[in-house]
Design a binder for this molecule. Structure first.
Ligand SMILES: C[S@@+](CC[C@H](N)C(=O)[O-])C[C@H]1O[C@@H](n2cnc3c(N)ncnc32)[C@H](O)[C@@H]1O
Length: 351
């Protein structure tokens, strides 16, 4: 059975700006009018180094995809071979409790609880407590996940983050080529975007993935409170971004909101994302950049390296660093848009 997804996008009024700096060219901004309605939000899209990004026409999107392709891409995080499941046709919120996924190669079983299924490599270990970086540990504490959508995330507005609804509108433009496919909301936190993806109906299946059990618990509780939430469209998975439990080339889209700076190794993570994306698959992510006047601070790079060692938090000093990570991990067509420190960037796996 196939599902036909037909989505209409309103035509977008576009502006063109060219930088005096010949190395960077600013092009038309593909943000929806709602984004411009915020007067403080003056975003620009930048093409990487030399390429000029042609604005994509805002045509209606019609995508045909197989329905129910929720779990057949889940892989063992040890050997990356496909997992088999003992349950119904779709592993989703509400059906993870008591379920188990089996790796026929490693003979390892991965069990689910009420909220999620644990697909970390160390899943099932009793004695071993893996060291993770302080920032990753911070999000595992119960308090931060509880506070996350109750004020913590709103504090990102100071950096120029437009806020979840506007970020969602912006990213839809980057995701147009893969609408109707499956999407991983990588490092989903309490699932603010996973829920928007699921409710939008723009994707056949949403995987809300995070390393923090407490973030996944929050996500589960938010979903549980919502009436008529399409639970069958979402799977909650605990996994490490550096070891994604998906079959290679099986994912249409990966979204990573405000997360790349929290990952233990951004390049290892982007390499993993590149591995699991299908040819033509899209990565869209947000983070913040310390450039502009900050770039002139003496010893900024040394300070950044020391801060990363202490906290595990990676601060990017230019868009080119992000572009380089994408390029060296096999992704192409890097584009990004800025609002003060905030950046949304996208790249895709070559066809
Ligand atoms: C700032 S939150 C972002 C949450 C949400 N995506 C958003 O846009 O607000 C960063 C998330 O990264 C997750 N994270 C940190 N290290 C991770 C890792 N190694 N693997 C997967 N997720 C990780 C944290 O648990 C946390 O939920």
């Amino acid at each position: 059975m196939s599902t036909v997804l037909s989505t209409k996008f309103t035509p977008i009024s576009l502006r063109t700006q060219f930088s005096r700096n010949s190395r960077t060219r600013f092009c038309n901004t593909p943000f929806p009018p709602s984004v411009y309605s915020n007067r403080s939000f003056t975003a620009k899209i930048r093409a990487s180094s030399t390429a000029f990004v042609e604005p994509k026409p805002a045509n209606p999107v019609v995508v045909e995809k197989e329905a129910g392709a929720g779990n057949n891409n889940l892989a063992c995080p040890v050997c990356f071979n496909q997992l088999t499941w003992n349950g119904d046709s779709i592993l989703s919120i509400g059906s993870t409790a008591g379920s188990s996924l089996q790796c026929n190669t490693c003979k390892k079983t991965y069990s689910g609880n009420e909220t999620h299924i644990d697909l970390t490599a160390a899943s099932g270990s009793k004695q071993y407590g893996q060291y993770v970086s302080p920032i990753t540990e911070l999000f595992r504490l119960p308090l931060i996940p509880f506070l996350y959508e109750r004020g913590w995330r709103q504090s990102f507005l100071w950096l120029g983050f437009p806020g979840p609804e506007k970020e969602f509108e912006m990213m839809k433009d980057y995701l147009k080529p893969v609408l109707g496919g499956n999407i991983i909301d990588a490092s989903c936190g309490s699932g603010l975007f996973s829920r928007l993806f699921a409710k939008s109906g723009l994707f056949s299946h949403v995987v809300a993935l995070d390393y923090s059990e407490n973030m996944l618990q929050q996500c589960y509780e938010f979903v549980d409170k919502e009436e008529n939430f399409p639970k069958e469209k979402v799977t909650l998975i605990r996994a490490d971004i550096s070891r994604l439990p998906f079959v290679s080339s099986s994912i249409d889209a990966v979204h990573a909101g405000a997360a790349i700076h929290c990952w233990p190794s951004p390049s290892t993570a982007v390499a993993e994302i590149s591995r699991v994306l299908q040819p033509g698959g899209v990565l869209v992510a947000t983070t913040y950049i310390l450039d502009g006047p900050y770039a002139f601070l003496p010893h900024l790079r040394i300070f950044r390296e020391n801060m990363t060692l202490i906290s595990g938090n990676h601060t990017f000093l230019s868009e080119h660093e992000l572009e380089e990570i994408c390029r060296t991990c096999g992704l192409v067509d890097f584009t990004c848009s800025r609002n003060r420190r905030f950046v949304m960037f996208s790249a895709r796996k070559p066809n």
